[in-house]
Design a binder for this molecule. Structure first.
Ligand code: SME
Length: 165
C-alpha cells in the first residue's frame, strides 16, 4: 500500500488544517506508538518544512531520543534541562522565539533558531514524552503551532496507548 502526504495552503494554519486529517488517517488503527510517531515526524518535516521534528520519551527518569526526522540530535535530556526538560517539568507547551535567548537551551544543531516543545500525556495525565519541533529561523512558532501541534501530540499518544515508559 502506498502512503502519500499532500499538504496545501499558503499560511501555516491552512497547512496544519490540511496536514492534521492526513496525520490522523496515518495513525488510525496503528497500535504501536513508535510507528505513529515515526510517520508524524516525517509529516511535519516534509509537509510543513521544519528543520527538525522528533520525539523524546521518558525512560528511566530521563528523556531519551525517539523517532525523529532531521539532523542527528542529543540522545538524553534530564528533567528541567533545556527546552524539552522544561516542558517535561511544567507539563506545558514551551515556545522559544530565539534559542540564543533561552537560558539552558541545548543546541543539538547550531542551525536551529526557534523551537516549540509540546508534552505527551499518558492516560493518567503524566508527561510520558515530548514532541520537539525546530526551525532554522527565529520566531517561527506561535499560538497557531501550539494549537495544532498539541492536536498532533494527541494523535501520537492516542489517549495514552502504547506510550507508558
Ligand atoms: N533544543 C532542545 C534539545 C533537543 S534538539 O533541539 C533536537 C532543548 O533545548 O531541549
Amino acid at each position: 500500500m502506498s502512503e502519500e502526504l499532500t499538504v496545501t495552503g499558503s499560511s501555516r494554519e491552512e497547512r496544519y488544517r490540511s496536514l492534521l486529517p492526513q496525520v490522523r488517517a496515518l495513525a488510525a488503527g496503528e497500535p504501536d506508538a513508535v510507528a505513529r510517531m515515526a510517520n508524524i515526524c516525517a509529516a511535519l518535516k516534509y509537509g510543513m518544512g521544519y528543520f527538525w521534528a522528533g520525539f523524546y520519551l521518558v525512560k528511566g527518569g530521563e528523556l531519551v531520543l525517539g523517532p525523529f526526522q532531521g539532523p542527528v540530535a542529543c540522545t538524553r535530556i534530564a528533567r528541567g534541562r533545556g527546552v524539552c526538560g522544561r516542558c517535561w517539568e511544567s507539563g506545558e507547551t514551551v515556545i522559544v522565539e530565539d534559542v540564543r535567548l533561552f537560558p539552558g537551551h541545548i543546541a543539538c544543531n547550531p542551525a536551529s533558531r526557534s523551537e516549540i516543545v509540546v508534552p505527551l500525556k499518558d492516560r493518567e495525565g503524566r508527561v510520558a514524552g515530548v514532541l520537539d519541533v525546530d526551525q532554522d529561523v527565529a520566531g517561527a512558532f506561535d499560538g497557531v503551532d501550539r494549537k495544532y501541534l498539541e492536536e498532533v501530540a494527541a494523535v501520537a499518544t492516542l489517549g495514552g496507548e502504547g506510550i507508558e515508559p
